[in-house]
Design a protein around this ligand. Structure first.
Ligand code: UDP
Length: 538
């Protein structure tokens, strides 16, 4: 016992000495605050000031060294939501000599990932903003392994989905409030600050109306690697051959209700000749819902955060999203975007209630549940008469909230009709082979030979070899695209060819230099890179 204590003492003195002598060291990736993640040694946090502290000494490092640009607007985003002004990270600076006058530091021995959760009470935000980005940030840095500890600095309490965050590492995540109980000055031995945005697919409409991100960088493969990890942690095993096919209706029980749920379930069961079950976050455990979804053929649900759980559906399953009256499905597409990510292999169908008779509104509820009684009469009347919520910014548009929190009596024939346009026979998980796509490499050994006939005619014979990777692949269709460009011209003539050589004679002039660009195409849409340009003189 005393041996251990003295060991800790020695470590403590060594750590303190290192901090005083070496100060803080920071090296970051990313060129902008929106794509930056920083690795620190000896980053400290004052729980009294509620500020991070950087200590300068002879050995301290600060890269990037931005000077006061560090505050324009911040060093980095602590959450995965881009450039949100409540999510900025920075630190204050002190000379390491100031430590003499400060509270005794308490050292955090675990490798830390310091970040903000964006909205831990909403399941879409939990998965999209936090769990996936944390998982892939940890994949990016090898010392962020299962022994790393998560620090959530946004200041919220655990929230209803805290158990999900706990799955990401073996150590209990710590919240900002809890840091106070550890000490007045905490020093993280090794830490990473920030979160990768590489997996996010949606922007919530803070600066322009919501929609898919402009440059989505994630595919179904990475989503499914993450869900596989989560399912292992949740002890949900993937059934290899599901015994029975079934449909899941994911219902909400507090608001945005389906008023004729029993009728809907019967109709789905009858139409598709499948067992149909309901689940809700209120009545089922998270693991049970994951277990049920992971073998389901179809998921039917009102628009809402619970639909993010379609990331647990098997390949080939169908997602049916129901939208209340006056809400244009095209304007709210977080779940459509997810379902249609390349390689997610889900079928997505949106249905909207277009019949005012089938909607129930709640004008007298509080504003955050869609009430509009606080608005002036003319505005209330305009909203009630309107047949579509115009595009708007996040997050408090009263017309949007009013319509979003309607209950809906689903018109069954209309819904079945819409589903049947996409799902012709039985819906269901298809046992699919790996559907990732492989792109061709460059064509090799491209050559050209010119021949001139008289003063006005010429020919260009071009040949090349198959891309190197093709000999190891089974590809349904291999084509080549060749562009012939006269040197100095902006335009070119494109050709799609099946063979590895071709003699061009159309529009080929004698005594001219041509640039020839060649690339390989697999299966019509997998375009490879162009080989080095070929210079051909006739
Ligand atoms: N929620 C739920 N049942 C309900 C209403 C909400 O499980 O009847 C959950 C919902 O899935 C989300 C959270 O409560 O995780 C917040 O719901 P809200 O309506 O605010 O957000 P939205 O679903 O529109 O994103």
């Amino acid at each position: 016992q005393s041996q251990e204590l003295s060991q800790v003492q020695i470590d403590y003195h060594a750590a303190l000495q290192a901090l005083v002598e070496d100060g803080t060291r920071m090296v970051c990736t990313g060129r902008m605050h929106t794509d930056r993640i920083c690795r620190f040694e000896s980053l400290c946090y004052s729980t009294e000031a509620e500020e991070f502290v950087y200590f300068h000494s002879n050995s301290s490092v600060m890269l990037p060294n931005l000077g006061s640009r560090r505050f324009q607007p911040a060093l980095l985003d602590l959450s995965s939501v881009e450039d949100h002004n409540t999510q900025y990270f920075n630190f204050v600076e002190l000379p390491a000599t100031a430590l003499k006058f400060m509270p005794k530091p308490v050292f955090v021995p675990d490798v830390a990932l310091i970040t903000n959760r964006f909205n831990p009470d909403n399941l879409m935000h939990v998965f999209h903003d936090d769990l996936l980005p944390i998982y892939y940030t940890m994949q990016q840095f090898s010392d962020l392994d299962l022994e790393a500890r998560l620090f959530f600095m946004e200041g919220w309490s655990e929230g209803v989905h805290f158990d999900l965050y706990k799955l990401l590492s073996n150590k209990q995540p710590l919240l900002r409030e809890q840091l106070k109980t550890l000490g007045r000055l905490l020093c993280f031995t090794k830490s990473y600050v920030g979160l990768s945005k590489i997996t996010t697919w949606y922007q919530y409409g803070f600066v322009q109306p919501q929609g898919p991100k402009a440059n989505i960088l994630v595919s179904g493969n990475e989503i499914r690697q993450f869900t596989k990890f989560m399912m292992e942690k949740l002890n949900v095993s993937l059934e290899e051959s599901p015994s029975e096919e079934y449909i899941v209706v994911f219902s909400r029980t507090i608001n945005r209700l389906i008023l004729n749920e029993a009728e809907l379930i019967l109709a789905l069961a009858q139409e598709f000749q499948m067992k149909t079950i309901t689940v809700s976050l209120e009545e089922h455990s998270f693991s049970d819902i994951v277990r049920l979804l992971s073998n389901a053929s179809m998921l039917v649900s009102m628009h809402g955060a619970q639909l993010v759980m379609s990331l647990f559906l098997p390949r080939g399953a169908t997602v049916v999203e129901l939208f209340p009256y006056a809400i244009n499905p095209e304007h709210y597409t977080p779940y459509k975007t997810l379902a249609t990510l390349p390689g997610m292999d889900l079928q997505y169908i949106a249905w909207q209630n277009t019949d005012q008779e089938d909607t129930v509104t709640y004008p007298d509820r509080p504003w955050d549940q869609g009430g509009i009684a606080h608005l002036d009469k003319t505005e209330q009347e305009r909203i009630i008469k309107s047949t579509e919520v115009p595009r708007h910014l996040c997050c408090r548009n009263p017309e949007w909230l009013f319509r979003a929190y309607q209950d809906t009596k689903v018109n069954i024939p209309s819904l079945i009709h819409v589903i049947r346009q996409t799902v012709k026979s039985k819906p269901g998980p298809k046992k699919q082979k790996w559907s990732g796509s492989i792109y061709p490499g460059k064509v090799r050994d491209a050559k050209c030979q010119a021949s001139v006939q008289g003063t006005s005619e010429a020919k260009l014979a071009v040949s090349w070899q198959i891309p190197w990777n093709l000999k190891y692949l089974k590809v349904r269709e291999v084509k080549y695209e060749v562009w012939i460009q006269e040197q100095g011209e902006n335009t070119y003539m494109p050709y799609i060819l099946s063979h590895q050589n071709h003699t061009f004679s159309e529009n080929i002039k004698p005594f001219t230099i041509y640039l020839v660009w060649i690339r390989c195409i697999f299966n019509k849409n997998l375009l490879g890179p162009f080989a080095d340009v070929l210079l051909c003189s006739t």
